[in-house]
Design a protein around this ligand. Structure first.
Ligand code: SF4
Length: 94
């Protein structure tokens, strides 16, 4: 396992580079049409998950979701953030 230290939202974190890369490309939430952070129709499960991650300074790659909830998106959310700067954070942050 490759680990690095990274400051993220003001907190020094241990980061698995392999999982971090997968999180951006393959996490189900980032590839789901119901993943809409900051919008009223955001998936409630993803919103609860996000709140727990924020509370504990964690980042996760979601690898399972009930098939009656998941809706495959046309575009990966992280790619959308990179191209549209959705949160005003700059390219590649998230
Ligand atoms: S339905 Fe599942 S994959 Fe889609 S945003 Fe919600 S928790 Fe994530």
């Amino acid at each position: 396992m490759q680990l690095k230290n990274k400051e993220h939202y003001g907190v020094d974190k241990a980061v698995s580079e392999e999982v971090e890369a997968l999180r951006h490309s393959d996490s189900l939430c980032y590839n789901c049409a119901r993943f809409k952070p900051g919008k009223p129709d955001q998936c409630p499960a993803a919103e609860d998950f996000f709140k727990a991650c924020k509370k504990w300074n964690l980042a996760v790659a979601v690898c399972m979701c009930p098939s009656d909830m998941f809706v495959l998106a046309e575009k990966n959310f992280h790619a959308e953030v990179d191209s549209n700067n959705v949160f005003g954070l700059g390219v590649g942050q998230g």
